[in-house]
Design a protein around this ligand. Structure first.
Ligand code: CP3
Length: 345
């Protein structure tokens, strides 16, 4: 699906390793999913978690946006809760809601649910990635995992939360339990990423989607060491991307977690993000997903602005500031790819 047969020489991996090519690479968080009619058709009658355990479905769903939009990377079709379900945690993904946990973590004994994960727990991941690497040719595959804080938030709250009140209360009120929980989640996330790299992923992204709910002080004390425990042991294998929403105050700290590329949401322009992050940084982002609903001239201007601001960094991977909303017209995404592809880096 790409001209160059070696994903290590793809625009994405080049940008992520400080060797930018002639134009920025582009992919979209949640590019595989409900915005695509071919995805909705494939998913009829199969639950989300079952889909994530079925190699043929994973492979096909991962390839759909690459074929349709000609994006410069595939992202592995899975979910941040898949490794938790794989080790036996009672968790489901409820349509329109998100991850819901049977027995939320409240006490030290609850941590027994969280044993370490290894490749044998997720054979469908290894199998699907093997198939994908063959199908994708020179197009890189991005593997991913949820970061300890974001996973912990679901496990402590029992489901999605706006204010993360129980999570923050536990973090401050029961710091030993908190650190014990995050240490276990770090092992699970790290090994889930390692399985994907061993199977052939060309880059990885650690999603700490909800880290923006935290102050810098809380992030540094309660979260950063655990995200470091995920990313640092994976140094030197493939480029590591680290992303969260609303993390303008946390960007430099997130880089310290061991990120080669820092994902930025739409709230901070990329030139300002590059300034906050310091020399030698590579950024990913950050078109406001809300603008996908706008008239094309508005989108055109916004895309060009993101590319222009991205030039302030040592490398730029074009993306949205968060995932593709399910109501997005997929033709708009295809057009954005064409526009980015016509713009020099
Ligand atoms: O294309 C891709 O980006 C790859 C697939 C992917 C999914 N989930 C598939 C999915 C990725 C990278 C994720 C990560 C994920 N899952 C995150 C981090 C990224 C982010 O958005 O911040 C989070 C927080 C989750 C948890 C989760 N899973 C939520 C909040 C939801 C949405 C619930 C809903 O129905 O609105 C899910 C389900 C989910 N994960 C879907 C997809 C395609 C939708 C399920 C469906 O199609 O039925």
């Amino acid at each position: 699906m790409s001209n160059s047969a070696d994903p290590a020489e793809s625009l994405l991996v080049r940008a992520a390793t400080g060797r930018p090519g002639p134009r920025p690479p582009v992919w979209f968080m949640r590019q595989a999913g409900r915005s695509l009619p071919e995805y909705r058709a494939l998913r009829v009658g199969t639950s989300m978690l079952e889909s994530c355990r079925t190699p043929d479905l994973i492979t096909e769903i991962t390839l759909q946006p690459v074929r349709r939009h000609k994006v410069d990377a595939a992202i592995f079709f899975s979910d941040i809760v898949v490794p938790l379900a794989a080790i036996g945690v009672g968790i489901d993904i409820v349509p329109g809601v998100g991850p819901v946990v049977e027995k939320p973590i409240r006490e030290t004994a609850d941590l027994d649910q969280l044993r370490a994960l290894d490749a044998d727990d997720v054979p469908y991941v290894t199998e699907a990635i093997g198939n994908l690497v063959g199908e994708l040719g020179g197009t890189p595959l991005i593997g991913f995992a949820g970061a300890p804080f974001t996973l912990a938030s679901y496990l402590v709250e029992g489901g999605p939360s706006k204010d993360h009140a129980r999570t923050k209360s536990l973090m401050h009120g029961r710091p030993e339990l908190w650190h014990g929980l995050c240490a276990r989640l770090a092992v699970i996330a790290r090994e889930f990423l390692r399985v994907q790299v061993d199977a052939g992923a060309s880059a990885i992204q650690l999603f700490d989607s909800w880290a923006g709910a935290l102050s810098l002080a809380d992030y540094e004390e309660f979260v950063l060491p655990h995200s470091q425990a995920v990313l640092e042991p994976l140094a030197g294998l493939v480029p590591r991307i680290h992303f969260g929403v609303g993390t303008g105050e946390l960007l430099a700290a997130m880089r310290c977690a061991g990120a080669d590329v820092v994902g930025v949401d739409w709230r901070v322009p990329l030139d300002e993000a590059a300034r906050r992050l310091g020399p030698g940084v590579i950024v990913q982002g950050n078109l406001d997903p809300a603008l996908l609903q706008a008239e094309w001239p508005v989108i055109d201007r916004a895309v060009r602005r993101v590319v222009e601001q991205g030039r302030a960094a040592d490398g730029h991977i074009f993306n949205l500031g968060h995932g593709v909303p399910p109501s997005t017209d997929p033709d708009v995404l295809t057009r954005i790819v064409e526009l980015v592809h016509s713009t020099p880096s």
